[in-house]
Write a protein that binds this ligand. Structure first.
Ligand SMILES: [Zn+2]
Length: 612
């Protein structure tokens, strides 16, 4: 009996030990969740790189595109837009002023783009240009020229049957084909004016967009003229928010078109976590009968959080330590960290990340900076040292509340930053690798707007294209435009959007949240392959996009791409206007919309077959 009892006791001890180990492990898990360790796992699927990580160069391509522009308002605007579009598509081009243009400038070119209002400025060049197209080349009318005798004399060659005397007022865009991601929905145009030529077309024209409603004015069409093709962009909106539509028009010209894209979607939450924001609480009180603090926890965050879980969004929150107006001296630590921990840890646990917004909401500008009367409550910093001290305090605060987290993204408060502030970030805060300000220029000269690029100091520009919950027609157009041009979505929301009548507070949170949900659903269905990235992953994606050099060569079976500045992956859109892509070596391909394909290069040499 004794002998039997002993192993029994040993067994009991082992069982106890087992239980103890399990409990210890469980406790360690709970502890590590609290310490943000667990949710670091699996993050940063797109890493941030150093410039030395990008290898190889390729021989530059010959300029196959000629941009012909006219020295007057619209011609110059179109030239500016087209220069930005072509250079970001890495399409080499030459330029020629219209009155200086002659047929010899077309030698070695396949495509011409016309940014010209008065076709008379081309002189005899116009006939030469159209003859050249009929021999098998392509021509893009970037915007409708003046409706006058010379235009009318060639309009039949552009697929036009009749031209009305009056210009058409385009109140909305209807997509007749799903040629762009998200084209399954029409959208109204904000502030419509008489922008487009009122035309009827030859039956042989392929129409891609027309105006919504009664008039059905064609807005984008392609017409086979002789052996060549003409694309007519009748949209007229020459501004940054519509670049993707002109990029789309350009991509319809040749039998195929390939250009590098970012493939990333990032949702930022500015001022989050932060102390309870101030604002007009009347709508919250009316609809929810609670104060701002409780509303944020029980409604706003609950909804915004659940949306992210449903669509795999990993938010990037931008921390504000204190809403003080202090711009000099010693910056006191905010000791009230309950909200920071609650919201911040939930965001991190879902694979999100945090970045810097500021110790407070005062933009990093020196005393000489002029706010142009736009921000009454904002102050300038006493010195660059004071800006530095405030950011050091923010850094220490973040590290103490969220130990072990990395902070790579900076969002300037109110999208304002001075050259001094920018230099400070690049020099003294090496952890900051990206500045995310505005993409679309603001009406005022105070805001800082950017392109998706890397600047000489190595800082990555990851601008935010659209914002807020109102998501009006203009924002929807800009979002769709960028989904084509760069395959990118960047959106930012402020918790206090709900409190600001200028940002739609009167609509109520339910309606505002419906609009955000509707946008996210549209985005998700527009292109399901779009990668959900955090701010620093987008930083890595923009680096890979920016460093890329591309050399395209036609082969007997399709197209060969050689890449310089390649590291581990690169993304492209390929539009195929004749045939369908077949086998791909050196990468993978998937369909993004009618005739549009998303290509991932896994090697610097890529071969894509195109079956005609
Ligand atoms: Zn802010």
């Amino acid at each position: 009996m004794e002998k039997k009892k002993k192993p029994n006791r040993k067994l009991r001890f082992l069982q106890l030990l087992q239980i103890l180990i399990i409990y210890t492990l469980m406790f360690a898990v709970v502890l590590s969740v609290g310490r943000n360790v667990l949710y670091s796992v699996g993050k940063h699927t797109v890493s941030i790189l150093e410039s030395s990580d990008f290898k190889g160069t390729v021989q530059p391509e010959n300029a196959g595109t000629l941009l012909i522009w006219e020295k007057e308002g619209t011609g110059e605007e179109g030239r500016g837009e087209m220069e930005a579009i072509l250079s970001q598509m890495r399409i080499p081009f030459e330029e020629r002023e219209a009155s200086d243009f002659s047929a010899r400038h077309l030698s070695g070119k396949d495509i011409a783009v016309l940014s010209v209002s008065d076709l008379n400025s081309l002189g005899k060049g116009l006939t030469d240009l159209l003859d050249w197209v009929s021999e098998g080349h392509s021509l893009l009318f970037l915007f409708p020229p003046f409706n006058e005798a010379t235009f009318l004399s060639v309009s039949d060659k552009l697929g036009i049957r009749t031209v009305g005397n009056d210009m058409a007022r385009v109140e909305g865009i209807h997509f007749t084909r799903q040629f762009m991601p998200g084209a399954d929905r029409d959208f109204p145009i904000t502030d419509p004016y008489k922008s487009s030529l009122n035309v009827t077309l030859d039956k042989k024209c392929e129409v891609f967009m027309e105006s919504q409603g009664q008039s059905e004015t064609p807005l984008l069409w392609r017409y086979a003229y002789g052996q060549g093709s003409i694309v007519f962009d009748n949209l007229s909106f020459l501004e940054k928010a519509y670049r993707g539509f002109h990029c789309a028009a350009y991509s319809l010209l040749d039998d195929k078109c390939i250009w590098p894209v970012i493939n990333g979607s990032t949702f930022y939450i500015d001022d989050f976590p932060s102390p309870v924001p101030e604002g007009d609480s009347q709508f919250i009180q009316k609809d929810y009968g609670m104060d701002i603090k409780d509303f944020y926890t029980h409604h706003w965050w609950k909804d915004v959080y659940n949306l992210s879980k449903k669509y795999n969004i990993r938010y990037t929150g931008l921390v504000i330590e204190d809403y003080s107006a202090q711009v000099s001296g010693v910056f006191p630590r905010n000791k009230d960290i309950t909200r920071f921990q609650y919201f911040g840890n939930m965001l991190l646990r879902e694979g999100g990340e945090l970045g810097y917004h500021g110790y407070n909401h005062m933009p990093l500008v020196p005393e000489s900076f002029d706010y142009m009367g736009l921000y009454d409550s904002y102050r300038q910093w006493e010195s660059v040292e004071a800006m530095r001290d405030s950011l050091i305090e923010l850094r220490n605060f973040c590290q103490s509340v969220f130990p072990g987290e990395d902070y790579h993204v900076y969002v300037p408060p109110s999208n304002i930053i001075s050259p001094e502030g920018r230099e400070l970030l690049a020099k003294d805060f090496p952890e900051i690798r990206a500045i995310a300000s505005l993409y679309l220029p603001d009406d005022n000269d105070v805001s800082y707007s950017q392109d998706f690029t890397v600047t000489d100091d190595g800082m990555v520009q990851t601008p935010r294209i659209i914002s807020g919950y109102v998501l009006d027609d203009y924002m929807r157009a800009a979002a769709m435009s960028e989904l084509y041009f760069h395959c990118v979505n960047t959106h930012f929301q402020h918790p206090d959007d709900v409190l600001d009548t200028d940002r739609g507070a009167a609509l109520g949170w339910e309606e505002l949240f419906n609009r955000l949900t509707d946008y996210v659903e549209w985005l998700h269905s527009a292109i399901p392959q779009l990668r959900n990235l955090t701010g620093s992953e987008l930083t890595g994606a923009v680096q890979r996009y920016d460093a890329l050099q591309i050399r395209r060569e036609d082969t007997a079976r399709g197209i060969h791409i050689s890449l310089g500045g390649f590291c581990d992956e690169a993304w492209f859109y390929l539009r195929v206007n004749e045939g369908r892509p077949g086998r791909v070596s050196g990468g993978t391909i998937s369909q993004a919309s009618d005739g549009l394909y998303l290509v991932k290069a896994a090697s610097p040499e890529l071969e894509i077959e195109i079956n005609k």
